[in-house]
Design a binder for this molecule. Structure first.
Ligand SMILES: [Zn+2]
Length: 398
């Protein structure tokens, strides 16, 4: 058991609202000239460098800032194929209705296990290179019993936060037999996938002919809950709809997108703020040239808000949390501090995790280091690769 002291931290964002001696403005629990002691992948001590206890080895980050690693709580990384032409068409005015997902389904089914594993690995490396230390990965491009289970098996090689999304879209071969597909999802497919997943998710979007209605979504979520899975919902992305109401009603950990919200939706999210997080995915609105969610309205009302990438081949092929933060600040009215919190402790909450997102003793030592004197640079320097996951010397994997 060896310990490492990380020093040379010009500014440390801990998100720990109880840290003694920290600057608690904007709830960031900030320290300057800080040190962290890491032991066995966990934080053993956090405080001013001048008071750091002895450790076996030292790692100096050279006057950079350190924040909790980003928690990307919504991604669709298990896919093959290329849909850049669809993006190009959309930029000329073709609208998104969820139909292109079938292209990814065909390519994903055709790919070998090794091909899919390599693709996911590259995307995870991209994420770590931009400061992400936890990622949730959904299935949803298999849409058959074998291919959904395979997607989750591969996802589970990279993360414990795996989500069964058999109810992503109705696959082409079931287009005239929707009820049969829902029965498959909650029957044989769920039985095969539940042991490989922590969560179940559903694309509840009555505006898309490919996605699921309120009643179908309720059926899927109920079956998932009975199988022991936690609940997540894609809701209110393309227009007003039942997704948010349903997520709150069923005690889902997260309802994602939340672009079109009625007053009733907002009130429901405020009342459920201990249980259900509103996860905003502004990369999707950016890449589909759509209206952004009103983050300011959510935060001012007291809703729990998270940020994630939605990294997927159709509506947002970006793995970059710093890009999402820049959008949140520039386009959705969040302060830089609110954006950092939403992308760390906020998205950790959406995964019902207390051991990540806040840097305090006992938590995982998941850190991101910034080539910058302050976290403000994350949104101040859009597109500049200043963030990366801190690799502790001598430690591999996480
Ligand atoms: Zn999604």
């Amino acid at each position: 058991m060896t310990s490492t002291v990380i020093t040379g931290i010009a500014e440390l964002v801990t998100n720990d609202e109880h840290l003694e001696g920290a600057d608690h403005s904007e709830h960031l629990g900030r320290l300057s000239d800080a040190a962290i002691i890491v032991q066995d992948g966990l934080i053993a001590w956090v405080g001013p460098a001048s008071q750091a206890p002895a450790a076996d080895s030292r790692q100096d980050v050279g006057g950079r800032s350190v924040i909790p690693g980003f928690v990307d709580s919504h991604s669709h990384l298990v896919f093959a194929g290329d849909r850049s032409a669809e993006f190009a068409a959309r930029m000329t005015g073709v609208t998104y209705d969820g139909g292109g997902i079938a292209n990814s389904v065909n390519a994903t089914r055709a790919a070998s296990d090794d091909e899919l594993r390599a693709l996911v690995g590259v995307r995870i490396e991209e994420m770590r290179a931009q400061g992400t230390t936890t990622v949730e990965i959904k299935s949803g491009y298999g849409l058959s019993v074998e291919d959904e289970a395979r997607s989750l098996r591969i996802a589970a090689e990279f993360t414990s936060e795996t989500t069964f999304l058999g109810a992503h879209v109705v696959p082409p071969e079931f287009v005239d037999r929707r009820a049969e597909y829902v029965a498959l999802v909650i029957g044989e497919m769920l039985s095969a996938c539940a042991p490989l997943a922590r969560w179940i998710d559903v694309f509840c979007e009555p505006r898309s002919a490919h996605a699921f209605t309120e009643d179908e979504a309720r059926e899927v979520l109920s079956a998932g809950r009975d199988a022991g899975l936690g609940l997540r919902v894609h809701g209110n992305q393309l227009g007003p709809g039942p997704g948010v109401r349903l997520a709150v009603e069923m005690g889902a950990a997260s309802v994602d997108h939340c672009t079109f919200l009625s007053e009733e939706d907002l009130e429901a999210l405020v009342a459920a703020s201990d249980t259900t997080v509103a996860t905003l995915l502004p990369g999707a609105e950016f890449s589909t040239r759509s209206r952004y969610p009103d983050a300011r309205r959510l935060l001012d009302a007291g809703v729990s808000v998270a940020l994630a990438t939605d990294c997927n081949p159709g509506t947002c092929y970006s793995s970059s949390m710093p890009f999402v933060l820049a959008l949140a600040v520039r386009e959705m009215g969040m302060t830089p501090a609110e954006a950092v919190r939403a992308a760390t402790v906020g998205s950790a909450k959406s995964l019902r995790r207390n051991d990540i997102g806040v840097l305090r003793p006992g938590n995982r030592a998941d850190l991101a280091v910034l080539d910058a004197p302050s976290y403000l640079h994350l949104s101040y320097r859009p597109g500049v690769p200043i963030a990366r996951a801190l690799e502790e010397r001598g430690r591999h994997g996480s």
